[in-house]
Design a protein around this ligand. Sequence first.
Ligand SMILES: *Cc1c(COP(=O)(O)O)cnc(C)c1O
Length: 527
Amino acid sequence: MSGFRREASDILDELDALRSADAPTHGGRVLSYVYDSGLAALDELAAEAARRVQPVNGLDPTTFVSVAAMERSVVGFARRVLGGDGGEAEAGRGEAEVVVGSVTSGGTESCLLAVKSARDTWRAARLGSPRVPRLVAPVTVHAAFRKAAHYFGLELDLVSVDPATGTLTPAAIEERLGDDVALVVLSAPSYPFASLDPVADVAAITAARGIALHVDACIGGFALAFWPEPLPAWNLSVPGVTSVSADLHKYGYAPKGASVLLTRGRDRQRHQYFATTGWPGYPVVNPTMTGSKPAGPLAAAWAIIEALGEPGFTELTAQAARATAALRATIDGIEGLRVVGSPTGPLLAVATDEDAPATSRVDPHHWADAARSAGWQLQLQPGLGQADGTRLPHTTHLTVTPVTERVLPELVAALVSAADEVRGIPQIDGGAALAGLVEALPGFVGDDGGLSALAGDEVLAGLAAGLDSDGAAAILGAAGLLGGEGALPDRLAPVLALVEALPGPLTERLLVELLARVVEPPAAVGR
Ligand SMILES: *Cc1c(COP(=O)(O)O)cnc(C)c1O
């Protein structure tokens, strides 16, 4: 080939232009999704390491032996800092309890594989059982476990938590245990409220009954491992914990595409693998969900670990911890807001202080929108009704990274003035938002012109089942959520109000439509 159709520089200029519309990945202005160590040299090192393995196929670590070497090294580091190294021999549990692991493409894949291993371990012990295995977890468990239950055919049994604190008692888990439980999952800490679940107490209960216990430390693992204050035991140092997930692309500061899943016991972990020789091609042996896979994220994570070592992680974690404490103090000092429960690790959730008089209350979603218009992106989380009839408050989430400490004065000022801007403005009435939406939909208003017959939950839920792509797009259009360039509206509080008011299946169908249409190429004109 004699040349490219376009100049490389021209293509990259276009990419830069596209990237300029993204939320900023560095500098601490986005308090979710991105984890900025604040060390440009570390990002450079990670990029160069990834570039050097760019052509490698991680599918076969016997052909590309660098992959095996780096994975051994990263798993070894994770095992050491997540409590998986010691104790077995002394405790007389021996080799059967050795902790092994895999590097996966991210937290979701680590969680999916933890569930698959547990399901298949459970099945192997009950050959021929027609029963559907059950997964027990607090309702605060990451959505990845809903996905895992869905993909792998487990019944999901979610336990309600205390709406004031986001935590639960070990007894609440114990009540749900039975022979059909293939796995209990706890979080260290949970994403929505940063609550640290009672790992040691639950582990004592599950271990006594021979039930597997996964600790999802995807977000917090590599921060809690270096946390400056003492914490209750939460990792593989607790004997009954059978697996732990921790994301390298969160507080391991690696580019996206890297997480670790550690599993106690080789035999348990071998259920994670898929192998087949039953086709005319090469023998397939996959430890993770993918076949061919990049080695770049692994190489980047490996290089970062080599560069930082435990002292580097300790220093970065201390920065994030100081910034988290400062933000907590700031929010405690803002009239009308409160921090939910007692968050553990570098994240927290903020709710309305219901003890304040109505005129002084601050709605966390209006607050987030006000902060957003000042250039700070906080993450809105919907309220949620629980099985026990209580309701978890709607909140705003902040993930704090080492770089947050550098922008703390500006951030604190922005959070305080955002609260001043919206103090006393009540939470958006989801029911009213819903009625407005229904009214905007011509075809939905019955002959009598009334909404009464349409606003019922059942009707709306039924609507989701029968909704096709164009119908969903029409509803999104009526809500003003479709038609742009895929950018979010300026204010998210009204969107979240709809999310809270609409029945789950309908919201989910609408969001699928929204995200699908965002990546749909424009219609081809002619042929
Ligand atoms: C981020 C996260 C996950 C899922 O991780 P992804 O990397 O986004 O796939 C799972 N559990 C918790 C607690 C998380 O914060």
